[in-house]
Design a protein around this ligand. Structure first.
Ligand code: FRU
Length: 489
């Protein structure tokens, strides 16, 4: 009863906040809360044939606060529907929030495994975190386990920073990875269980050397095309040239894993996305055998102008992960995203141009596909600008000689920290697939070889998309764009 009335209060708060919300930057085809704050995606699962996504949510304010779990579902990963809030912090063991976690289907029972958070001393960053369970048979209403927390204390290799359980099934057992730290060493630790309630600690799966940060958040561990991948979000890595330029990172280790010995032999850390806003990624395996990832499309402590509008935070598009030839992760939009396409504009095929070419469009929800034939391109660089009035623009620029792709959002709301860059080795074709929403841009390069994800906050009307070359001509194989559907209207 207590839980139901708390959920009711939160839902009422959201209804009130919705009425006051300013819609200028509301996204058209991304997961957001009805109003107020969200951060990490949680509990990604396909349950009874539908995709469910939960998210860290503060329904009472546009700023982070005591965490609840918000909830959406979809039949196709494109059209999402809000469901009632799934978890509110009601118990002592979670008095300062129901933190991130995951979901499994336990013989038809939708089971959420999450972190109960207690702040012991916020100023000194001392927390007491434990792992908890809540179950549902209708996929909407959840009951917390009487025996919570199911793991009440961290092992000696960790500390009170002990959070973000990701659970999966392998053979006879459930397995769980958790993020933790000991001193200034971030780690991922592993547990196993027969019944999701009694957990046996198996040890450290991977940990930071001097360079990989003091805390590892939001781990996810899975098999991908014959290799094992550990994705996590380390805090405390230093920037290195074009790499690790955000406050915190998300990336992965890849290698071989042995369930018998709990040995994970892996290569070095690789950043997963090169834009400003990509964090706390989680994945699910669906019934088509696809490994699908969704991230939080923001970054802690960055400028978030939508707070003034009564909401804050969004999730990225769902992306399919596959393994590339060089044993690296390729991320591509799931194929269902073509359902968003409404009106197709074929701008040009097989055409050379130099200088600038403006396509006038006021649309703010766009997918575009742009392919350059670099073997027939003499220019030093090629790119595109999404234009707005008063010189507002978001620029994507590819420098052919040094093979660098730059996303510049300096003039679309990011200011001084507006530039992100990454190396993209393209010798023949440069292919860009770009999703533009009212306050975001997601760039997929060469079939997922690189991605750049950033929030942008253009103040005024859009004026079009400008193709440009610098010092020479370029050959366009195909330039097509689609007006996309607004799923929330
Ligand atoms: C990651 C994170 C998680 C934590 C949650 C709290 O962004 O810090 O480690 O569970 O957010 O909202």
């Amino acid at each position: 009863m207590l839980t139901q009335s708390k959920i009711q209060q939160a839902e009422e708060a959201l209804q009130k906040a919705k009425v006051k919300m300013n819609h200028r930057y509301r996204l058209g085809y991304h997961i957001m809360a009805p109003a107020n704050w969200i951060n990490d995606p949680n509990g990604l699962i396909q349950y009874k044939g539908e995709y469910h996504v939960f998210y860290q949510h503060h329904p009472f304010d546009e700023n982070w606060g005591p965490m609840h779990w918000g909830h959406v579902k979809s039949k196709d990963l494109v059209h999402w529907e809000h469901l009632p809030i799934a978890l509110t912090p009601t118990e002592d063991y979670e008095k300062d929030g129901c933190f991130s976690g995951s979901a499994v289907d336990d013989n038809g029972v939708l089971t959420l495994i999450y972190t109960g958070n207690i702040f012991v001393d916020r100023e000194k960053d001392i927390v007491d975190q434990s792992q908890c369970i809540a179950t549902s048979v209708d996929g909407i209403h959840f009951t917390k386990e009487a025996a919570n927390p199911v793991i009440s204390k961290h092992p000696k290799e960790g500390s009170g920073h002990f959070r973000d359980p990701k659970v999966w099934r392998h053979g006879e057992y459930w397995y769980m990875v958790l993020g933790t730290r000991k001193g200034n060493t971030g780690k991922v630790i592993l547990y196993k269980s027969k019944d999701l309630r009694q957990w046996e600690y198996l040890g450290v799966l991977a940990e930071s050397d001097e360079t990989l940060g003091y805390m590892w958040e939001c781990p996810d561990f899975f098999e991908l095309d014959g290799k094992y991948v550990l994705i996590f979000s380390p805090q405390g890595m230093e920037a290195k040239g074009d790499l690790y330029n955000n406050l915190f990172q998300t990336g992965y280790l890849i290698g071989e894993y042995d369930y018998e010995t709990n040995k994970f032999i892996h290569g070095s850390f690789t950043e997963l996305d090169h834009g400003h806003d990509f964090y706390a990624v989680q994945t699910l395996l669906d019934d088509k055998g696809r490994r699908i990832a969704i991230g939080w499309m923001d970054m802690w402590e960055s400028n978030m102008p939508t707070k003034e509008d009564g909401w804050c935070g969004a999730l990225t598009l769902p992306r399919e992960l596959t393994l590339g030839e060089n044993i690296e992760i390729l991320m591509n939009p799931v194929e269902e995203l073509t359902f968003l396409r409404e009106l197709k504009n074929s701008v040009c095929t097989d055409k050379s141009f130099s200088g600038t070419h403006l396509v006038e469009t006021k649309e703010d929800l766009i997918e575009l596909k742009l392919e350059f034939d670099l073997t027939k391109t003499a220019a030093e660089s090629v790119g595109l600008k999404i234009r707005g009035i008063n010189q507002e623009e978001t620029t994507l620029l590819y420098q052919i000689e040094n093979q660098k792709l730059t996303l510049d959002c300096t003039k679309s709301g990011k200011g001084e920290d507006g530039v992100r860059r990454t190396k993209v080795e393209s010798n023949q074709v440069l292919s860009l697939r770009v999703f533009i929403d009212r306050s975001s841009i997601e760039v997929f390069v060469n079939d997922g070889q690189a991605t750049l994800t950033s929030r942008i906050y253009p103040k005024e009307e859009r004026l079009g998309i400008e193709l440009f070359t610098e010092n020479g001509d370029a050959h366009v194989i195909d330039f097509t764009y689609w007006k996309l559907k607004d799923i929330w209207r």
